[in-house]
Design a protein around this ligand. Sequence first.
Ligand SMILES: Cc1ncc(COP(=O)(O)O)c(C=O)c1O
Length: 364
Amino acid sequence: MNNLFKTFNQTKYQLVNHGPRNVSVLKQALEVIDGQQASDLYGKGKIIENFQEKMAKFLGKETAVFFPSGTMAQQIALRIWCDEKQLKTVAYHPLSHLEIHEEDGIKELHQIKTILLADKNRVIELDDVVTMNEDIACLLLELPQREIGGQLPEYQTLEAISRYCRDKGIKLHLDGARLFEVLPYYQKSATEVCELFDSVYVSFYKGIGGLAGAILAGDQAFTEKSKVWKKRHGGDLISLYPYIISADHYFDLRKGKMDQYYYDAKELARLFNQCSGLSTIPQEPVSNMFHVHFDFPKEKVISILISIHQETGIGITSNLRDTSSESCYSEISVGDQYHQIPNDELEIMFQLLKERLSGLSFIN
Ligand SMILES: Cc1ncc(COP(=O)(O)O)c(C=O)c1O
């Protein structure tokens, strides 16, 4: 365990997330559940079927299937669209989860070729799709684009891309790992956004804060095929109920709090941007997340963050990644914990951060 992670976890308050990822997350979800309730069995039974129906309705899709992970659900979604068109090519952003975090599962398991659209530092625009030279079966859009701080295309762009894809017979898939988190910015319902897409994946352990798990939604023919692939991938566990119960519990608890997380993220980004030697991307967040980029080497920023964690009892972040030998960044996701910090203590924390970063600028 590194020291930044350790000191962050020892703080009384934290700027980010909903709380520690410990067993009480499951215990809290199970508290209200009748112990006599029957388990799901290999994808069947009330517990899984009711949740699938509830989520299909919320997303405005005909049907939905619960998966243990988004990684599994999305590779399967793309495979189905490729098989349907008999064309094993898809397109997505260069920093998509499939491209950089899944050990090339889509290529190794499914032999699907991927086209990387757009410059990696910005979101995919209509022009990137229209000027693509190759035929594709499916285009995947990630909302928000996590690896660039959670940026979003304009809603009109989404509508235009959707119209274009429908016109050209290209399936449009939504990586909606953080879909609930962007609805306040777009001022749209989940149904309205999902209407633009042929298939949709959403996650239950990011803004929702459950254990793990994903829903894949679309029309009946699509989701029936996805169940077959789920079995082939070993995702049809005899019992998935701990994941389903926690997904359902925290979905009900937090789906109405996304406005609050979004406004808190904007306030928090403003506080960060008052410090010299750092900036947030996006400058004004469009969801509950953003990245803080420091113009100093990672080791120097770590020692400042550790000192602030220890002196103020407020955890700023537990993750910091290099962008070069002279700069680094941290991903910030706002959840329930931000509101628990007393204002005067938050002020002192930011005052200290400001002073210590200016000290670094001076030395530089
Ligand atoms: C944008 C995005 N897509 C897909 C996934 C995959 O989700 P899972 O961890 O459930 O496989 C993640 C997980 O972090 C993600 O951030």
